[in-house]
Design a protein. Structure first.
Length: 515
């Protein structure tokens, strides 16, 4: 990354210098002008996004909110670009994201060469790695035989053998020639070279130039890492959603110095004309998406007709907020009944709670702090979470759940709560038939996934109104947009609704329930 930054900073009079100056200024990006291509299998904004990618001379951004088909759009854009270019470079920040987009391209019949450590590549993409392709090349047995001959020649060498160096040089020359030929054929046959952003600095790509670079999950990509790949290309296409999970930067000093800002965020701010927002989502019931659309996407994201009215139970509200136990008034001397945000409409849910013996947190807190790495835990809320799930699954019926494979995701922002929920789930006999359908994980662990039912355990419960990193609203956007048909939020409204986002979310859910 340092090397890539140095190259970008010191570039003069070339394409890299032009892109650097363009990306960090208000200077308008150049584009071609030609008639739009029709893609009847895409919706209107997906089609527009593909055409904007094709017209872009410098940069294009595909902004894909949850469930809007960002990957479908990106695969179509790559496919259409390959009609005009012989080869493209496709990157992402993580191996998982690279493998995912690569799988979609392979399924589309596009030749992909995966660059990177084979131990980090998933099973499906293993046969497309450079190492596996190299070993499967028709000339590889000949190359292997020559390398074996070189090893045997070294072992058999006796004293001053005048012919040794001549034989060895001939073999080395032939081995090098074969290696270069196999490498050249692998590189030229592939239509897509796929790698992580740091993997784009691999020596195997030395000397390679590409017309277009596609960066998937660009909202989680370090800008410094992006420049590793950008120096090999003429134009850049970014796809992602800066309103979902941010990139991971552990250094506070680095965050303050600007490392926490991605290239995608820069483009959204400086070059909105380069950004195409995908506006039709196919994942969630309309009521689940509507709040996220209004808060994060200016109300522009709409629900496709085919998913608008689907549900699990008849006449149910798709979103519920169930009040988790608040610190008792005896402990802190306050009267909960007089609390300004007292959520009376859902307080009856507390009767389901079977209190667990546990060590209390600080006075006036139902949550406990369990260490820097794991964060916080709320045992009473964990019990309520599983009780709520048990009651809901009972309403649906065991046979229907198993026949229709209705799946469930339990999400918590805190790892300690996730571990505690997993522990309780294993102990609870009721959930045994459903365990293969239930996933418990952090918000980060659910990125890119979806479930029929999502339950979110918010954990925070204290009189001070402290909500910690729940203030990072992008994480909550991910959490509440994983659900296809039913979203249940379990949290202490008295604590959370002191923040404007949670106040508005709580009021939105209450309004739905009162309709």
């Amino acid at each position: 990354m340092f090397d890539a930054l140095d190259r970008a900073i010191n570039a003069k009079g070339n394409r890299l210098a032009y892109l650097r100056d363009l990306f960090h200024s208000k200077q308008p990006a150049q584009r071609y002008s030609f008639a739009s291509t029709r893609f009847p299998w895409l919706n209107a904004t997906q089609e527009q996004a593909v055409n904007e990618v094709l017209r872009a001379k410098d940069v294009a951004v595909v902004h894909g909110p949850p469930g809007t088909g960002k990957t479908t759009t990106l695969v179509e854009a790559i496919n259409e670009t390959l009609m005009r270019e012989s080869q493209v470079l496709v990157c992402a920040q993580s191996n998982m994201a690279v493998d995912w987009i690569s799988e979609q391209l392979v399924d589309r019949g596009i030749s992909v060469l995966r660059i990177g450590n084979p131990s980090r590549v998933n099973d499906k993409m293993l046969s497309f790695t450079y190492e596996r392709r190299f070993a499967d090349h028709p000339d590889y047995p000949q190359l292997w035989a020559m390398r074996k001959a070189m090893r045997e020649l070294r072992k058999a060498r006796k004293g001053r053998d005048n012919n040794f160096h001549q034989k060895m040089d001939r073999l080395k020359s032939r081995v090098t020639e074969l290696e270069i030929r196999i490498h050249g054929e692998l590189m030229s046959e592939a239509r897509v070279i796929a790698a992580t952003l740091t993997g784009a600095g691999n020596r195997l790509l030395d000397g390679q130039k590409f017309g277009t670079l596609f960066i998937d999950e660009a909202a989680q990509a370090l800008e410094a890492a992006c420049w590793i790949a950008i120096r090999r290309v003429s134009r850049v296409v970014l796809a992602g959603d800066h309103c979902q999970l941010p990139l991971t930067v552990k250094s506070i000093a680095a965050l303050k110095a600007g490392l926490g800002k991605t290239l995608m965020e820069r483009f959204v701010e400086n070059k909105p004309e380069c950004v195409t927002l995908l506006q039709t989502q196919y994942r969630m019931k309309d009521e689940i998406m509507r709040f996220s659309s209004e808060w994060f996407y200016e109300g522009k994201v709409k629900t496709a007709p085919q998913v608008q009215n689907r549900g699990i139970l008849d006449w149910e509200v798709p979103i519920e907020w169930i009040q988790s136990p608040h610190p008792s008034p005896e402990k802190n001397g306050s009267d909960d009944s007089q609390a300004p945000d007292s959520p009376n409409a859902t307080a009856t849910s507390d009767k389901h709670v079977t209190p667990l013996p546990h060590r209390e947190g600080a006075e006036g807190e139902a949550e406990e702090f369990v260490g820097e790495n794991y964060g916080r835990i709320n045992r009473a809320e964990a019990t309520l979470t599983l009780t709520t799930l048990r009651d809901y699954l009972t309403k649906i019926g065991k046979q229907r759940i198993l026949d229709e494979r209705i799946d469930v995701g339990i999400i918590s922002p805190y790892r300690a709560q996730v571990q505690h929920l997993k522990h309780l789930l294993k102990k609870h006999e009721f959930f045994k038939p459903y365990r293969h359908l239930i996933t418990v994980n952090t918000v980060d662990g659910f990125q890119g996934q979806e479930r029929d039912i999502i339950i979110v355990s918010m954990v925070r419960s204290n009189d001070a109104g402290q909500i910690g990193f729940l203030r990072d609203l992008r994480r909550m956007n991910v959490a509440i947009t994983r659900a296809r048909m039913k979203l249940i939020i379990i949290g202490d409204a008295r604590t959370l609704t002191r923040h404007s986002f949670y106040k508005k979310l709580y009021d939105y859910v209450q309004a739905l329930q009162n309709q």
